[in-house]
Design a protein around this ligand. Sequence first.
Ligand SMILES: [Zn+2]
Length: 228
Amino acid sequence: MLSFIKNLLSIFLPFRCHVCKSATEFGQVICPGCRGRLSQILLPPLPVSDIRCDFAVFTLSRYDSFVSDIIRIIKYRPSFRLLKVLTEECLHQGSLRSLIKPEDVLVPVPMHLERLTTRGFNQAEYLAEKLAGHCRCHFSPALIRSRHTRPQADCDETERLTNLDRAFQLAPGLNRSAFYKRKIWLIDDVATTGTTMLKCAEELKTLLPAEVSGLTVSHSFRRSARTI
Ligand SMILES: [Zn+2]
């Protein structure tokens, strides 16, 4: 009976893969082919070196890949259900538990209230919360975005440096002792030059943690010139 109803609904309400647009089963936002491709592309945490941050940053994929398309769809469609799929696949990267320790604190890169109202969710916050559950460590939305800024991706190299000035603050009423001498992980979906993480870390370092590190789902490695 249930499958009959599902078949009937799929005739009137056809579901399509948000990524490749092929028909999917009722309620599925990604087809088995795209999901399989996503799980193959995601990597165990990979250290990033070509970034502005003065602390360690790890990525779960390279930006010039299929994952970047998925992140774009999550943000601009927007699709919370596709975010859930991406997060589930990220958590399958087994080595996350050896990288993030139970005493560590995961802090998402915050989103301004105006953008949060439009999109309905902050993908970095959802990811950080689920990661914290997976690694059995602490989660804290310790930062707020105090002013609306242009997306870093829309700025040129010079604008990126000043676009985020005074954009982040510690959340009011924070229990500062909960961060003292602990390792803080900044969590974001994408890191390009690392300016966002750098600005967030400046605020977090005032909490006197043991150290700050970053983890992102995707990073665009700068291409080095080929020698011929
Ligand atoms: Zn697909």
